[in-house]
Design a binder for this molecule. Structure first.
Ligand code: NG1
Length: 535
């Protein structure tokens, strides 16, 4: 018999939800919070719309599964990356934050049919049914663009985390509110939510067993989600999953991958600014364009690292996730030999002296390996298409961007003492934001991951009063993030509406524009919501 879902018990009085799940220590090793109130997830301003949305979700769930209890709802958010683009897979720190937009999965656990049933609130994604017995060795066909693949990636992750556990029947309704291809990590949020839903279902089905599900930490979820997402065809880094799972309200997250995964919440020292996300509405689907964009950049940076190690006699580099060496490995090896970052940059310029880039044959020569060997090692699981590798530009972007992240974090940690003076605060924010603008330029000129629309939005942002602006996420479309004075944020959004959206897309609806551009705040990461019903 269906039970009611209780969203009440608001406890928040400020504009952001209470950081009750962050005790000021390491945000990584703890468990995903189980909560009973939406006010623990969403800020006061976001709450009314979210209550309505969740209410509709529960109503639809009951319509679809009239005789089934709603056991729990798993939720994982998207993220915006403030700075540190395309450097996570080289194992350098990045600084994302979780956002309000998320993927939620309402689940009934424990039917007798041995099935996972997936329904989606979005009619573009038709229902899917899987027999759990067939999922043990399921192969995901990454060449087919199929929405349920992201859930299956979660199944793979759960089976690797809990190899001895039985997945129970799960009847699900999924609602995703992160626009796909917007650079806000809809795919990772989906994989994280699916993985969390499955692990939670395992636990709900056997609450008293000594199941490993009781021991799955946030860190386990992240590491498993990163590996799982690769089944969908992207050679992903770990930033998105980290932000989605570890997010802390009111904080950015400094995510470190070296020497091991660590996420440190970073508070903002000023409340005189806001972040505005603006979607270009150019869909950047890295699962489709991987071979010429994302996966190719992973290959270029990996080969650049291997070549530097070979040419500079650094010896074999530690291998990232069974794939290859990293530029972080190169920096560490040079550091051990007394060479600093400017020194490493000089080496990059020396070793990669050809401005036109490198053919596969030239790459083979620099690496001392055959073309076949290189193709097999680096370009077979995730195929790429290229004419020449641009090792110098890609490596310089990575090294410079990593330095910008360091500076940005230092600035966040040590705000100037003269905050009371308005000028001091503005100067501070401008300096912070100038790192973001420099990051955009580097993404555009060195990493070649921008596009005309992103450049236009970033420029419009600065001419309309933003302190700084940059593309966020993988690029080639998707969104920008701008740091703007708080008291001008609403006016700023209006200007971009007129100067970008209404100009480029005449006749675009108000709703579409409002979905595309928003003032955002750092939100809570993954959570499981349990109402006053029988778990
Ligand atoms: P998007 O495509 O914006 O979700 C991708 C990667 C990140 C990171 C950024 C670039 C995945 C799942 N996400 O993010 O790890 O490399 O590009 O900084 O591959």
């Amino acid at each position: 018999m269906p039970q009611s879902f209780d969203f009440s018990t608001p406890t928040s009085t400020g504009s952001t939800p209470p950081s009750e799940f962050y005790d000021g220590s390491d945000a990584v090793s703890s468990y995903v919070p189980v909560i009973s109130s939406l006010s623990a997830v969403y800020s006061k301003s976001a709450l009314p719309a979210q209550e309505q949305r969740w209410g509709s979700l529960v109503a639809l769930f009951r319509q679809l599964y009239p005789n089934e209890d709603l056991t729990f709802i798993a939720r994982s958010p998207g993220r915006v990356n403030l700075i540190g683009e395309h450097i996570d897979y080289s194992l350098f720190d990045v600084l994302p934050m979780a956002i309000t937009q998320d993927v939620v999965i309402a689940v009934h656990v424990g039917g007798a049919d041995g099935q996972i049933i997936l329904n989606n609130t979005d009619p573009r994604f038709p229902s899917r049914i899987f027999n759990i017995a067939d999922l043990k060795d399921i192969e995901i066909d990454a060449t087919v663009h199929e929405w349920s693949n992201y859930f299956l990636a979660g199944v793979k992750g759960a089976l690797s985390l809990l190899p001895l556990a039985e997945i129970p029947s799960m009847h699900c309704l999924i609602d995703g509110r992160i626009p796909t291809g917007s650079g806000l990590s809809s795919s990772s949020a989906f994989v994280c939510a699916a993985l969390l839903a499955i692990v939670t279902a395992v636990k709900a089905a056997a609450p008293h067993s000594e199941s490993f599900a009781n021991a799955v930490t946030k860190s386990d979820l992240v590491q498993s989600a990163v590996v799982s997402e690769r089944y969908v065809g992207v050679n992903s880094g770990g930033m998105d999953q980290s932000a989605s799972v570890f997010g802390v309200p009111g904080h950015a997250l400094r995510v470190q991958f070296y020497p091991e995964l660590k996420a440190t919440p970073v508070a903002f020292q000023s409340d005189e600014f806001a972040f505005v996300i603006a979607n270009t509405l150019v869909v950047a689907d890295k699962h489709v364009t991987g071979p010429i964009h994302y996966n190719l950049r992973v290959v270029e940076t990996t080969l650049a690292a291997e070549i530097l190690a070979n040419q500079c006699g650094l010896g074999p580099l530690p291998i990232r996730d069974g794939f290859g060496g990293t530029l972080r490995g190169v920096v560490e090896a040079f550091k051990a030999r007394g060479v600093d970052i400017p020194g490493v940059m000089n080496k990059v310029n020396e070793v990669f002296s050809k401005p036109e880039g490198y053919t596969l044959a030239e790459t083979a020569q620099l690496l001392g390996q055959s073309e076949v060997e290189i193709t097999q090692k680096y370009m077979t699981r995730f195929p790429v298409r290229f004419e020449r590798f641009q090792f110098r530009a890609r490596a310089l972007h990575v090294l410079e961007e990593a330095e910008r992240v360091k500076k940005y974090c230092e600035m966040l940690n040590h705000a100037p003492a003269d905050h009371s003076d308005g000028d001091g605060e503005e100067k501070y924010l401008r300096a912070l934001a100038s790192l973001m603008t420099a990051s955009h330029r580097s993404c555009r000129d060195l990493f070649d991951c921008s596009c005309d629309e992103l450049d236009e939005l970033a420029n419009l942002a600065v001419t309309n009063g933003a302190y700084g602006s940059r593309l966020t996420g993988a690029g080639w479309g998707g969104a920008t993030v701008s740091l703007v004075p708080k008291d001008k944020a609403v006016e700023f959004v209006d200007c971009l509406k007129k100067q970008y959206y209404l100009k480029r897309f005449p006749g675009i609806s108000e709703d579409k524009i409002n979905d595309a551009i928003c003032i955002t705040e750092p939100a809570l990461g993954s959570a499981v919501l349990v109402g006053n019903y029988n778990v």
